[in-house]
Design a binder for this molecule. Structure first.
Ligand code: MN
Length: 744
């Protein structure tokens, strides 16, 4: 008993120490009240979590303290966020309620804790990653602090993942890779992003991770002496500037080194720029640019620069707020060394991004990049036409990762667009209406196609006509999420309007059959594998699917549509099906709705035909069709005992017939499929859908993926465009597939 008490006291002493260390690490200013409330929040959390332990065995309270410390030390957040971080798990894990928090700590903190609790809540099963991502972003636009605290929470969980079972580690790593690393990047939290990616790699590629870590360790001494050698001749000259400065050599992250090894296909030993040299000058904002260029001049006097590698993000910061001057020079022994030159303010923004920008708001005269970005996130979120997966696709493709191009309006205003953006993207970026009504585009006074890829410094002029309307193929001429969304919603609206006729036809049929529309429409969607009603109506309106064609598959039983279990010619067709592909489910045949037989080159479905019992033809046999006097068409084998007689005497009644087997496909169609890669099994699901469900042959399949997103190129063999369209729709309906498009 006494022993237990002793352990308890010892533990409590450790907990108190951890808390004190956290408080000591706070960079923001605190007043007495802040300290008092913070202490209270710690005591409440400590009490509430008193019986809980982490997987590692330590008392749970160490986790919220650690999260608060990351918020304080690494993100530089203030009292409100730190208090919220201390309390972040109490509502979810203990008997403390939001109401309790409201009474004790007020609305602001309660709202943040509530936001954090909700982010952990249940997610949509259909597309967990995409839905999660959307939820995180919705929270982000409401209160950025919630997401920043969540990122600290995630970082601490990642750091202490060792105690978790392997499958949980992988899941958390995937989500971090997918959601939090890109967000950290976009919010300019470089240190967090780098650590996320390193920790993810440690889980997903432990061997590579540890081998690089080991090699970095082994080469450390050599690297340190090289950096000294590189820096020494710079020192005197930098001293002459009479400005306080710091010069350091920093190793690059394990993740970025491994990317380099992969991309450049070199070994660790062949990578020379394992580190970057950073010069940080301490000057007031008005002198930053001048002093940085002066430092650049000194560096390049001593070490020969590689001109193409000069990047000036001081004059024009990156879209995520990053400011710095980068150059690569040839150092001793002919090795390339990257040098980054920036001010203290820029350095803080570079490392803590959004969290640091408050401190310098309005100081350097740069536009508020975060507000602008948050506005664009808000805009995307507000579009009701976009589902989570589509949204994510757009979001990941432009807003998060890519580099930018800088282009100008005719008035000389600069616009920043993601690299790869087209002239049409530019039109949509300026104003939605300019995009909609754009008829022609001029770049640097010359007409260009709408899909023209913008280059830095281009001046773009938009020519509009109020009668112009977007069309489907515009989607191939834009890359930005905004333009894609706007074009898609016009397309959807148009499809909906044009499909109204189809809906009316269907409604008439339903009322004729005296069955309820709402109760039965889903049955049709499922049967024909349509992603939405609009698509079904549209195809009916366009004559791609007729009412009789639809309803020949159903009968009405107790006011419900029921699939007819046998076709018109029960035994015969059964025989054919059983003989051809006994293992195939009936369902898959229907999804395709494909004819097994062609008569005069057309699907035999429209003929009333039977298989001749004298020779029982099966798929693959040479066959012909014979129009009987009163029993419709009969299909005979070419070597049927009666064939010679029929051919000789009734040649005019013989029609050409052939099996339409997938192995005799008439053409190859190439599809590009993109979507969300939420773990292994993507290839299996795709190939299962195509070969087993649709019964199509795959000629080739290649898949590549990054950051939880995959792109697959698939060649399939199809007989006609109907079949191809069915295939596209069916693949599109797969969980995690965002887009399916045909590559012409
Ligand atoms: Mn937590």
């Amino acid at each position: 008993m006494a022993e237990v008490l002793e352990i308890k006291q010892e533990e409590q002493a450790l907990i108190n120490r951890a808390y004190e260390e956290m408080v000591a690490s706070i960079k923001a200013d605190l007043d007495d009240n802040d300290r008092k409330v913070m202490r209270e929040s710690f005591e409440l959390a400590n009490w509430a979590h008193r019986y809980q332990r982490r997987k590692s065995g330590e008392p749970y309270i160490f986790h919220p303290i650690a999260v608060a410390k990351i918020c304080a030390e690494e993100i530089g957040l203030g009292a409100t966020a730190i208090i919220s971080a201390l309390l972040h798990d109490v509502v979810e894990d203990t008997e403390i309620t939001l109401e309790d928090l409201r009474i004790k700590f007020g609305d602001k903190i309660t709202r943040i804790v509530d936001g954090l609790t909700k982010l952990d809540g249940a997610y949509n099963v259909k597309s967990p990653q995409a839905e999660n991502f959307k939820k995180v972003l919705s929270t982000l636009v409401e209160d950025v602090r919630v997401v920043l605290i969540k990122m600290a929470d995630r970082l601490h969980n990642m750091r202490t993942l060792g105690a978790m079972p392997r499958h949980k580690q992988l899941k958390i790593a995937a989500e971090t890779n997918f959601i939090y690393a890109p967000l950290a990047h976009r919010l300019g939290l470089y240190n967090l992003k780098t650590e996320y990616l390193d920790l993810c790699m440690k889980i997903t590629d432990p061997e590579i991770y540890h081998s690089i870590a080991k090699k970095l360790q082994e080469t450390r001494r050599e690297r340190t002496s090289y950096i000294k050698e590189f820096i020494a001749p710079l020192r005197d000259k930098l001293d002459d500037m009479q400005v306080p400065y710091e010069i350091i050599g920093r190793p690059k992250s394990i993740y970025s080194i491994s990317k380099k090894i992969q991309n450049k296909k070199v070994s660790f030993e062949e990578i020379y720029d394992l580190f970057a040299v950073r010069i940080i000058v301490d000057v007031p904002p008005t002198k930053e640019k001048m002093i940085c260029w002066q430092a650049y001049s000194i560096v390049t006097d001593v070490h020969r620069p590689i001109p193409e590698r000069l990047k000036d993000w001081i004059t024009i910061p990156k879209a995520n707020g990053y400011e710095s001057l980068h150059t690569t020079v040839v150092g001793p022994k002919g090795r390339f060394v990257e040098v980054q030159i920036r001010s203290v303010r820029m350095d803080e923004i570079a490392e803590r991004g959004f969290a640091a920008h408050w401190k310098y708001k309005g100081i350097a005269g740069q536009p508020d990049v975060y507000e602008r970005w948050l506005d664009s996130v808000r805009e995307i979120l507000e579009n009701p036409n976009v589902d989570a997966i589509e949204f994510l696709g757009n979001f990941k493709s432009d807003n998060l990762f890519s580099e930018e191009v800088y282009v100008y309006t005719p008035m000389g205003d600069m616009k920043i667009l993601p690299k790869g953006a087209t002239a049409l993207d530019f039109a949509f970026a300026i104003h939605t209406d300019l995009g909609y009504h754009c008829t022609a585009l001029k770049v640097n006074n010359k007409l260009v196609p709408m899909g023209y890829k913008l280059k830095n410094g281009d001046q773009v002029q938009i020519i509009t006509n109020k009668n112009q309307k977007p069309s489907e193929d515009w989607l191939n001429m834009v890359i930005t999420g905004k333009a894609k969304n706007k074009i898609r919603s016009v397309m959807k609206e148009r499809k909906r309007r044009e499909g109204e006729l189809g809906m009316e036809k269907l409604e008439r049929k339903f009322s004729h059959l005296k069955i309820d529309f709402e109760a039965n429409i889903e049955i049709l969607l499922k049967f024909f594998d349509y992603p939405s009603r609009v698509d079904l109506y549209y195809d009916i309106a366009m004559g791609k699917l007729s009412i009789p064609e639809i309803f020949k598959n159903f009968e009405v039983e107790q006011n419900r549509l029921v699939e007819i279990s046998e076709t018109v010619e029960p035994e015969k067709v059964e025989v054919v099906e059983r003989k051809i592909e006994p293992e195939k489910s009936r369902k898959s045949n229907k999804v395709i709705g494909k004819p097994r037989l062609l008569i005069n080159g057309e699907p035999a479905d429209k003929y009333d035909y039977t298989l001749a019992t004298c020779c029982n033809p099966v798929q693959g046999d040479q066959v012909f069709a014979y129009l009987t006097a009163n029993a419709g068409l009969k299909i005979h084998r070419a070597n049927c005992p009666n064939a010679t007689n029929i051919m000789a005497n009734y040649g005019y009644r013989v029609m050409k017939a052939e099996w339409s087997s997938t192995t005799e496909a008439t053409f190859v169609a190439d599809l590009k499929i993109t979507g969300i890669d939420d773990g292994p099994g993507v290839i299996e699901r795709l190939s299962h859908q195509i070969s087993t469900q649709l019964g199509l042959n795959i000629r080739s399949l290649s898949i590549s993926g990054e950051e939880g997103y995959f792109e697959a190129n698939i060649s399939i063999l199809v007989r006609n465009t109907d079949q191809l369209n069915i295939a596209i729709r069916s693949i599109q309906s797969l969980r995690n597939v965002s887009t399916v498009s045909r590559i012409e």
